[in-house]
Design a binder for this molecule. Structure first.
Ligand code: ATP
Ligand code: LTN
Length: 332
């Protein structure tokens, strides 16, 4: 039986938060032995908002090292940089002609980012979901593990795949989003009604970065906004405490129910300290490993070169099929 394909990516657009880890990377680890996996550094997506070139290059490598430090096995998976595989842009162009402007204008992320970067509402920002569809469809991926905010984009990738298949005949596998039940949307520690985001830099206490040191992590959790009352219970009317319980249970590997029982009768202060210490304990070895990998430039560039080559081969196969289907001359 042919092995199923899994695809995911993260933009090297900032320091990763524990939200990125809990909502996406953490779930890749367990799936990598069951699927043929492709994991990318989505640097082409990242430039849809302004990036400093030197910083983008550095962050791309940091993200690759982080994937490996978190437990992605580069021998087992294909780890590569999106811009090193030109078929992404090429397929995106073809898919653009099957995508309607109205659909893109309705995307929540486009609306949010347009409001946030009103001075730079560029074509790339609007086309972002089509490039993402190209990423996924190029590899014939079946499963796309992402956080909740990306479900709309995976839906549009499905629509585009179905549309293409209907018009030109069976070409793409129709992908499905894989969203975890707990932790698909980690909230800001300062405003628990808002998503924790790596590009939110206004309030540094809102996000916990995977690169934060122990004291910073503990301080941020101590300052986390909590709710009225004193009970440590997961419920809709307690968004702050519920968010902390989700983070704690993700890093402890226990259920939310178990976490609630553990802190029964305890106060908010004690609970917040325990969450901070748990996260700090878990991040320390990842940070050390990321540092070690980054220092070994030859190792990392070897992994990325091999990854780009493997990705290129898979992508070339799909693109050539697409070009044939749409009637692009490919030589005789
Ligand atoms: P940006 O702020 O630059 O848009 P981001 O923090 O939203 O970045 P992305 O690169 O867009 O991060 O997302 C990487 C992955 O992390 C995606 O699968 C996304 O769904 C997931 N993710 C992002 N934020 C969270 C969050 N707060 N909780 C759970 N998953 C998240
Ligand atoms: N848009 C995604 C990153 C991304 C992605 C992908 C995720 C780019 N291409 C393909 C899954 C599949 C995000 O997380 N912001």
């Amino acid at each position: 039986m042919e092995e199923k394909i899994l695809y995911s990516a993260i933009q090297p657009s900032g320091n990763l938060t524990i939200g990125n880890y809990i909502g996406s990377i953490r779930n890749w680890i367990g799936l990598q032995s069951k699927f043929t996996c492709f994991f990318a550094m989505a640097n082409m997506h990242a430039i849809t908002v302004r990036q400093d070139p030197a910083q983008l290059r550095r962050r791309t490598l940091e993200l690759a090292a982080l994937y490996i430090a978190c437990g992605i096995d580069p021998e087992q998976c294909t780890l590569y940089v999106q811009s090193q595989v030109p078929q992404h842009a090429e397929l995106c162009w073809v898919l653009n002609s099957l995508t309607y402007v109205g659909e893109m204008e309705r995307m929540t992320q486009f609306k949010d980012k347009s409001a946030k970067h009103a001075e730079n509402i560029n074509m790339g920002l609007m086309d972002y979901p089509v490039l993402m569809a190209a990423d996924i469809l190029l590899y014939q991926a079946e499963l796309v593990p992402v956080g909740q905010d990306q479900t709309q984009h995976v839906e549009i990738a499905r629509d585009i795949a179905i549309r293409f298949n209907n018009r030109y005949g069976e070409t793409f596998r129709v992908p499905e989003a894989f969203i975890v039940k707990q932790g698909a949307k980690i909230m800001s520690l300062q405003e628990p009604s808002k998503k924790m985001s790596k590009s939110e830099t206004e309030n540094p206490n809102a996000s916990v970065y995977l690169t934060d040191d122990r004291d910073t992590i503990i301080r941020k959790f101590k300052r986390a906004v909590t709710d009225s009352g004193s009970e440590i219970r997961f419920s809709e009317d307690k968004p702050g405490i519920s968010n902390l319980l989700t983070i704690y249970s993700a890093y402890r590997g226990v259920s939310v129910g178990d976490a609630e029982r553990e802190f029964e009768g305890k106060g908010y202060g004690e609970f917040k300290l325990a969450v901070g210490e748990t996260v700090a304990d878990a991040l320390a070895p990842v940070q050390a490993e990321q540092k070690r990998i980054l220092a070994d430039k030859a190792y990392l560039s070897g992994i990325l070169a091999a990854g780009a080559e493997r990705a290129f081969k898979a992508a070339r196969k799909t693109l050539s099929k697409v070009y044939r289907k749409v009637g692009f001359y490919q030589g005789d």
